[in-house]
Ligand binder design. Sequence first.
Ligand code: LLP
Length: 421
Amino acid sequence: NKVYTKVTDSLDFFEGHNPVELAKEYQTPLYVYNERILRQRCRDLKNMVTYPKFVVDYSAKANSNLAFLQVVKSEGLEVDAMSPGEIYVERAAGFAPEEIFYIGNNVSAEEMQYAIDAGVRVSVDSLSQLEQFGQLAPGGEVAIRFNPGVGAGHHEKVITAGKKTKFGIEPKYIPQIRELLEKYHLKLVGINQHIGSLFMTGEAFTASIAALLEIAKQFPELEFIDMGGGFGIPYKKEEDQAPLDLKGLGAAIDEALWKFTREYGREVTFRIEPGRYISAECSVILSEVHSVKHNNDKKFVGCDCGFNVLQRPIMYDSYHGIEVYRGSEVKSEKTEPVTVVGNICESGDILAKDRVLPEIFKGDILGILDAGAYGFTMASNYNNRLRPAEVMLRENGEVVLIREREELEDLLRHMIPLKNI
Ligand code: LLP
């Protein structure tokens, strides 16, 4: 009577471990990662084109657990970074400075200085940030993020190019860019873009690459061109949502890169910076059901995965598949529509609304699928709840703890009580 998980078409998620036992041993809520799937996703992308100078920069904002990054590093990927914090953790995971690409957005002089001192490649995305870089590192090497005019994404909040976004510099400012490069004797070594997060077809991405390559032709000395991330994954697997056609997209990209190289007359390193594609499918959150009730004829299943643990459903109305694992002898063949909610004091704390699931009982363990991207990295202490533990199912069959569950003392760690009260 256990509904067992099949997270991707080809890969069984728990590798023979029992999710109910994992939940018992490590408590819930719990992020579980599958090392084999993570490695597979790294390889899918590394091999998507034939172009030889092609580097995958994993976008660590999707998941920056130290052990997770160690696996990504061991697959030969490089990384991007959005903050000194990401650079710091990436260095700890073993990435060399030249394997890190800092993509700044409205960063302070101190943050930019941190990146410069760390020796990582730096991209700026406004004229004023370019000027700031010039003042901090005259004569240095810099990259510029352009807005190619084409955006895409699963929600307006995550479309990062086109007409309605703060990101990137419009190509019409190239004359001003040239002036600043000259003024501070900077070398423009790379250009980059990121059109947004989660596309399931390649048209917008390939159109943006065409636009970016037109910009590239105006700068004959480039060492790298970074096409950005955004590669989607099918969250609605139970509805047979098709995965991204990586082969077809790879072929289209390949053609564009080879053609560009012939016209440019020099080889350039091409980069992509996917986060979700690599990290989403290798994780399931285990969460225990603590209450089942009816309110106004609606059945609510209350579990311990509040939006402090997984924010995506409340933030973007995102869909995550849910499976049910049962340790008890309770048997039921029934399925029914239920609303799965967390334990946060807000009505919006909903993981799934009117979702048809097998009948669920108190004590069941839910598996919340495809949770590895923007899951833990967006977790918080809201309601003074503790951020969860993370474990990895290693390829050698071991289960290892890769982040401890927070403790109550952690909540007070940075607070300073008043002395005179
Ligand atoms: N590069 C840049 C500059 C980015 O801003 C992002 C994501 C990526 C790469 C990686 O995008 P990906 O391949 O993961 O789509 N929290 C949202 C997604 C926010 C994406 C932010 N930028 C979510 O949970 O859907």
